[in-house]
Design a protein around this ligand. Structure first.
Ligand SMILES: *Cc1c(COP(=O)(O)O)cnc(C)c1O
Length: 402
């Protein structure tokens, strides 16, 4: 999407504004499916928590994707978008048995990540097939220190507890139809990732009637120039070979699943803000924008880097800026950034704003959550209105203190 178009969208819909480019989402989806085209049965489940706008979910439905959900509410958003329960997987962590029951009753595939709930669920619903989330505890050697599931991570059932899972299965008569891992780590070292998959294959061999193996996510996308990203094509080639061999030995064509969030939507997103104030101090030049960590918290929460550029003046001479928000906290989006000269009123654009940006937004400082626009087939569609003052009051019960 070019700079002029982005500026015109802020004029049309106001600022701050999230704009998502459907074309980029589609190309990322296609890139992943073509890297695994030699797998007979491949299923991608888009991780809803990255961006849960229902129109985005509908785009994934159109692409034939499934969805990966972590809460009952995300499941309901998926149903709202038209997904059938069979195309939804529920992979929560630390939720109550009650919530798992609610979701299972809708016909959604559930994925259980602890022995306590597995045992209780198996006793109550032995007929409902369940996937188990395994923590493979693989640490890459050498200097890379890429961890794919720490021994002390809260996620998954330890691979050392597989005998216990099997005992629960025997005692309850339940059916394990899938094995899952999601390490949360970035897959930069494909060999380290493949070592973790070996552990998952070993675990899968312990269960005789599986339908699928779910390798989670961790696909890394570039946030800045020079960032390394997952070599999807290399991963596709190596894992496909290994997976097909596994299926042959296992004696059944299983479905290979992934559940990417960031990979599919991060780069499609642009967050547009207006510059309210340009302030020179003794040490820097601040550009204060009409947003803050209420709208985009990743830089403050995870030290994430989001590239910032001036779409109003893309070719001006470059200067160094600290780009900060309007929240009464230190909300620095980026310090010492080289950006083409900023004037008050200019529109700045944050890249990689499609994943974990709007979905983490809040009303802190009693600000409205911004509007969202989907750019699809050459047209812009408003897919969420900016909030209004009524939204801030909606659930407040204002009592009379006379
Ligand atoms: C968050 C999450 C994902 C998506 O991770 P990305 O890094 O955004 O690809 C996948 N699976 C599970 C279980 C998750 O919790």
């Amino acid at each position: 999407m070019n700079n002029q178009l982005l500026v015109s969208l802020t004029e049309k819909y106001g600022s701050p504004l999230y704009v998502y480019d459907a074309e980029k989402i589609i190309s990322q989806y296609n890139r992943l499916t073509s890297a695994f085209s030699a797998v007979k049965s491949l299923k991608l489940n888009y991780a809803v928590k990255a961006n849960s706008n229902v129109s985005i979910l509908k785009l994934f439905k159109k692409l034939n994707s499934g969805i990966d959900t972590v809460s009952f509410q995300e499941v309901k958003l998926g149903l709202e978008a038209g997904f059938s329960p069979e195309n939804i997987i529920f992979t929560p962590n630390g939720v109550s048995l009650k919530e798992i029951e609610q979701v299972a009753n809708l016909g959604v595939q559930i994925n259980i990540d602890n022995l306590s709930v597995l045992e209780q669920f198996g006793q109550h619903y032995p007929a409902i097939p369940v996937c188990v989330r395994i923590n493979p505890h693989v640490m890459a050697g050498g200097n890379s220190k890429i961890s794919v599931g720490h021994i002390d991570s809260k996620f998954g059932i330890s691979v050392y507890q597989v005998p216990h899972i099997k005992r629960v299965v025997e005692n309850t008569g339940m059916h394990i139809n899938g094995i899952h891992m999601h390490t949360g780590s970035d897959i930069l070292d494909i060999d380290a990732f493949l070592r973790a998959t070996e552990i998952l294959f070993d675990t899968a061999n312990e269960f005789k009637n599986l339908d699928f193996i779910d390798f989670g996510s961790g696909f890394k996308v570039p946030y800045k120039e020079g960032d390394i990203s997952t070599n999807i094509e290399e991963l596709g080639e190596k894992l496909t070979k290994r997976f097909n061999l596994f299926c042959k030995n296992y004696g059944k064509e299983l479905t290979l699943m992934f559940e990417p969030g960031k990979f599919l939507v991060s780069e499609a997103g642009n967050f547009l803000v207006n510059v309210n104030v340009v302030k020179q101090t003794t040490s820097t030049v601040f550009a204060s924008v009409d947003s803050g960590f209420n709208h985009l918290i990743r830089p403050m929460m995870y030290d994430s880097y989001h590239h910032i550029h001036n779409v109003s003046n893309p070719t001006g001479k470059e200067r160094y800026y600290s780009v900060v928000g309007y929240i009464c906290e230190t909300d620095t989006f980026g310090s010492n950034r080289r950006i083409s000269e900023i004037k008050e009123g200019d529109v700045l654009c944050f890249n990689n704003a499609g994943a974990y940006c709007f979905s983490m937004a809040s009303n802190y400082n009693s600000r409205y959550k911004p509007a969202e626009v989907l750019f699809y087939n050459g047209n812009d569609y408003l897919i969420r209105k900016q909030e209004t003052f009524d939204d801030l009051l909606k659930n407040q019960v204002v009592i009379d203190l006379d």
